[in-house]
Design a protein around this ligand. Structure first.
Ligand code: ADP
Ligand code: MG
Length: 233
């Protein structure tokens, strides 16, 4: 089993002047390749903070992180950004697509931005991914002309562009109606099953969590439960 993530003793304290807010208080967590893991917890329990730390968007106050077998604690900002781009994929509640760019340009972006342009190979892969997510007829649409559910599917295709070791999704269905949410969840499950992609999905939707292979619950800065189940097809 390939270990994708090993987090040990993660703590996060936010400081605002004299005020200190302890949000994470000793999180230990491992993820293996091919897992589809839901992170549950009340609003304000620290789910987004933990995802941001694992996604190298935020530094922990204490603790250590090993991602894809690399100990990243001493990485510089530049190394963190590079690792993030090459090894991690992100899906947020608000898709963060570039509004004036087409679906294809948005999907190709993680590969195209560091390279300074879209190559023929990148274009082909972006097309394949958009077909994969059911948007083959929207490839050249500007992001602004897509529905919420379509934008989120573009965001998933974009997250897959660089073949990440781990896809981090923060409330990916939080802004969608039932039907679009179902479709987005079904897509993540399919990518997980077929490509063995590893997902860490933070959600307050019990229905989403119930269909993941493992559920973690965050409370008072700690992981209070860790339940695995066999995922049905
Ligand atoms: P969740 O995603 O579970 O709703 P968050 O991780 O967004 O929770 O927030 C957890 C707690 O940390 C909240 O009390 C929030 O106010 C606080 N928090 C988050 N970011 C910051 C910040 N940059 N500065 C101060 N407090 C923050
Ligand atoms: Mg959140």
């Amino acid at each position: 089993m390939t270990r994708v993530l090993e987090a040990q003793g993660i703590e996060k304290v936010f400081k605002n002047g004299d005020e200190e807010t302890r949000v994470l208080n000793g999180i230990d967590l491992t993820l293996d390749k091919g897992e589809l893991v839901a992170l549950l917890g009340a609003s304000g329990s620290g789910k987004s903070t933990l995802l941001s730390i694992i996604g190298l968007l935020l530094r922990p106050t204490a603790g250590s992180l090993t991602l894809s077998g690399e100990r990243i604690d001493d990485f510089s900002e530049r190394q963190r950004a590079q690792f993030r781009n090459r090894r991690l994929g992100f899906v947020f509640q608000f898709h963060h697509l570039l509004p004036d760019f087409t679906a294809l340009e948005n999907v190709a972006f993680p590969a195209a931005a560091p390279a300074g342009g879209i190559s023929r190979e990148m274009r082909a892969r972006a097309r394949d991914l958009l077909t994969r997510v059911g948007l083959e007829d929207r490839i050249d649409y500007p992001a602004t002309r897509l529905s919420g559910g379509q934008k989120q599917r573009v965001a998933i295709a974009r997250a897959l562009m660089n073949r990440p070791d781990l896809i981090i999704a923060d409330e990916p269905t939080g802004n969608l109606d039932r039907e679009s949410a179902e479709r987005v969840l079904a897509l993540m499950r399919e990518v997980n099953r077929e490509d063995g992609a590893t997902f860490l999905i933070c959600t307050h939707d019990e229905g989403v969590a119930a269909r993941c292979s493992r559920q973690l619950t965050l409370r008072d800065g700690k992981l209070v439960s860790n339940v695995s189940r066999t995922i049905d097809a």
